[in-house]
Design a protein around this ligand. Structure first.
Ligand code: ADP
Length: 185
C-alpha cells in the first residue's frame, strides 16, 4: 500500500530490508553497534565485514567507546548491500507501563529520517523497530511509527519512506494504522 503526504510517498510492504535498494536502510541495532540477532544480524551478514569495522570506528571516534543512546541514529556506508547507506538506531526495550518508551521509539524514526534528509538522501527503508526481541507490541509500535513518519513527511519534501515488514501479519497491522489515519492526511 502507498499513500502520498505532500510530495512524499509512504509505502508499506512485506519484504526483507537487506534487499531494498533505497538510498538508506535503517538497522534496529543494539547500543553496542556490534551486531546481534534479528534484522541487525541479517544486515551485518548481507553487508559484510566492512559494516562492523565502520560501527566500531563510530564507537571509538564519536561515542568515546560508549553505547549509542536509545532513540539516536548514526550513519555508515552500506558495503555489500544494495542500499548505499545504513542508518543505525537503537529502539527502546519494552517494559509495560514505563514512561518515555513511546517518545524514544518516535525519536528512532524522526532522528533516522532527519539524518537521511540532512545528508541529501531521498529514499529510506525502515524495519519495525523494537517489535522483535525488544518486545514492543506491534499494535502499539505501529501507531508511534506511522504517526511520527506522517508528521515528519507533512513538513518536508524528502521522497520515499518504506516500512518493510517481515511478516504479512505485521504489514496488516501497519496498514490498519494508516487506514485509520488516512482521514488526517
Ligand atoms: P528489536 O531488537 O528492535 O526488537 P529485531 O531485529 O528483533 O529488533 O526485530 C525487529 C523487527 O524486524 C521484527 O519485526 C522482525 O521480524 C523484523 N526483521 C527481522 N529480520 C528482518 C529482515 N531481514 N527484514 C525486515 N525485517 C526483519
Amino acid at each position: 500500500m502507498e499513500v502520498k503526504i505532500n510530495e512524499n510517498r509512504l509505502v508499506l510492504m512485506t519484504g526483507d530490508i537487506t534487499e531494498q535498494s533505497t538510498d538508506a536502510i535503517v538497522n534496529a541495532a543494539n547500543g553496542s553497534l556490534l551486531g546481534g540477532g534479528g534484522v541487525d544480524g541479517a544486515i551485518h551478514r548481507a553487508a559484510g565485514k566492512g559494516l562492523l569495522e565502520a560501527c566500531k570506528k563510530i564507537r571509538s571516534d564519536r561515542l568515546d567507546g560508549n553505547h549509542l543512546p536509545t532513540g539516536e541514529a548514526v550513519m555508515t556506508d552500506g558495503y555489500h548491500l544494495p542500499a548505499r547507506h545504513v542508518i543505525h538506531t537503537v529502539g527502546p526495550i519494552w517494559r509495560k507501563g514505563e514512561d518515555h518508551q513511546e517518545e524514544m521509539l518516535a525519536n528512532c524514526y524522526s532522528n533516522s529520517l532527519r539524518l537521511a534528509d540532512d545528508e541529501g538522501l531521498s529514499s529510506i527503508s525502515f524495519p519495525s523497530i523494537s517489535t522483535g526481541v525488544y518486545g514492543y507490541p506491534v499494535e502499539e509500535a505501529s501507531i508511534v511509527a506511522i504517526r511520527t513518519l506522517v508528521a515528519y513527511l507533512g513538513q518536508c519534501s524528502f521522497g520515499e519512506v518504506r516500512m518493510v515488514l517481515f511478516s504479512k501479519g505485521d504489514c496488516q497491522v501497519y496498514e490498519h494504522v494508516v487506514n485509520q489515519m488516512k482521514k488526517e492526511l
